[in-house]
Design a protein around this ligand. Structure first.
Ligand SMILES: [Fe+2]
Ligand SMILES: [Fe+2]
Length: 146
């Protein structure tokens, strides 16, 4: 399996989480519930971004350059990571809700850019054999048998 297919599958699971949160966050009444949801999302998103960075972006750097789309993706990874680190420190429920809803918007836009631009560039420039080898590394890191 190609790394790009594995990452697309991860996006698919995130989309269901994003949709669930978008539907429920506005009506959550307890700050602690919101913070535990943020904690779960943060853990999952952090490993996803880390795998993209280590297995994909670093392979693309010499081929498409560190500027352009890769710089945008890395800035957005940082923006999402910073927001996920800051939200648990917020003690106002409505501010926490707003920050989380905004974060979901940023994450959705980021995922769409990866799918439409970065993964397509990876398919064009890395080749099937390397993408399959990277897919095996992804499986090992995620503890998935393929
Ligand atoms: Fe990403
Ligand atoms: Fe991604």
């Amino acid at each position: 399996m190609k790394l790009t297919d594995a990452l697309l599958g991860e996006h698919g699971v995130f989309y269901t989480q994003f949709t669930h949160l978008e539907q429920t966050v506005p009506s959550v009444e307890e700050l602690e519930i919101l913070k535990s949801q943020v904690g779960m999302l943060a853990a999952a998103l952090a490993t996803h971004a880390q795998l993209e960075e280590e297995l994909l972006f670093r392979k693309l750097d010499p081929l498409i350059g560190e500027g352009g789309p890769l710089a945008v993706m890395r800035n957005e990874h940082q923006e999402v990571e910073d927001a996920l680190a800051e939200i648990p420190g917020i003690e106002d429920l409505s501010e926490c809700q707003q920050r989380l809803m905004r974060l979901l918007e940023v994450a959705r836009q980021h995922f769409a850019k990866e799918e439409q631009i970065v993964f397509k560039l990876a398919e064009q420039s890395l080749g099937g054999d390397l993408l399959r080898d990277l897919g095996s590394q992804w499986a090992e890191r995620r503890g998935v048998m393929i």
